[in-house]
Ligand binder design. Structure first.
Ligand SMILES: [Zn+2]
Length: 280
């Protein structure tokens, strides 16, 4: 047993897999502008890389399992960055239906475990994923997790995945700032425009902005398409981000296989998703 690729297998190969020892792994993040210095594929690359890294780590820990990687999906909802060219944004209901169909197509054949690697925390995107998971888990005996959003928005405060090791305040790093620029410097340096070193920090109190109805980057005056401090980026933090993302996926998948409960969203986040985030 090993790391397998859905698209390389025949239906007979897939059908022969032990349902109790097979986990499907999906990467899902949109193509979306990431400032003047990073490529539009930044979230898509990271989500895909985390899946690959997690699959390698899981194969070492559980060589008796099949880790079936589905081709990465370059789609999602990104209302916040939709007013920049290069961004492709689905409506929330489109993503909900698309993901429900993909997850159902796996679950309807008796597969019991699916993990979604997601690097894009737009709340409309997150809500569509959660609703798709809920629908499919209700219809089929399957467990589906999306570790990134569920972990970051669990508990009462935004969780710091780096346990305080980050050299900058991550609360200010919203989009294409220190964290993502570091990641791209580490993993895809040729895709980073060196002008990042000259970009001024740009910060927005995102909650206040949303309350004032400013729900896109341009409405927040983030006219360059980033919020954070990209100039401070380092390759070494990019490595930390890569390993943190891979490990988070691994830990949540192991918990799922051990029948542990999923992280619970904070009351505040449940409220926001229910009453303030509408899927169009
Ligand atoms: Zn991003």
């Amino acid at each position: 047993m090993a790391i397998l690729r859905n698209e390389n297998l025949s239906w007979r190969d897939i059908d022969s897999l032990n349902r109790d020892k097979s986990v499907f792994m999906l990467s899902l993040s949109p193509i979306e502008e990431h400032g003047p210095h990073l490529p539009c594929g930044t979230d898509f690359f990271a989500a895909t890389d985390f899946t690959e890294l997690a699959a390698q780590m899981l194969e070492q820990q559980h060589p008796d399992f099949n880790w079936i990687i589905y081709p990465p999906i370059p789609l999602g909802c990104t209302d916040m960055a939709a007013d920049f060219p290069g961004t492709v944004s689905l409506r929330g209901k489109t993503l909900l239906r698309l993901l429900t169909d993909i997850l159902s197509s796996i679950a309807c054949h008796g597969f019991k475990y699916i993990a979604i690697s997601n690097h894009h925390l737009d709340l409309g995107h997150f809500k569509a994923i959660l609703l798709a998971i809920k629908k499919v888990e209700k219809k089929y005996p399957v467990k589906i997790i999306e570790p990134a959003g569920m972990t970051i928005h669990s508990g009462n405060n935004k969780i710091d995945l780096y346990n305080g090791t980050s050299p900058v305040d991550m609360k200010n790093e919203i989009h294409a700032g220190f964290q993502e620029t570091s990641y791209m410097l580490y993993k895809y340096p040729s895709l980073v425009n060196p002008l990042y070193k000259k970009l001024s920090p740009f910060f927005v109190n995102i909650e206040q902005a949303f309350r004032k109805g400013k729900n896109t980057l341009k409405k927040m005056d983030a006219n360059q398409g980033y919020i954070g401090n990209p100039a401070l980026a380092t390759e070494s933090f990019g490595k930390i981000h890569h390993e943190t993302g891979g490990k988070l996926l691994v830990n949540c998948i192991i918990d799922m296989l051990d029948n542990k409960p999923k992280p619970q969203l904070s009351k505040e986040m449940k409220f926001v998703l229910k009453f303030f985030v509408r899927l169009k």
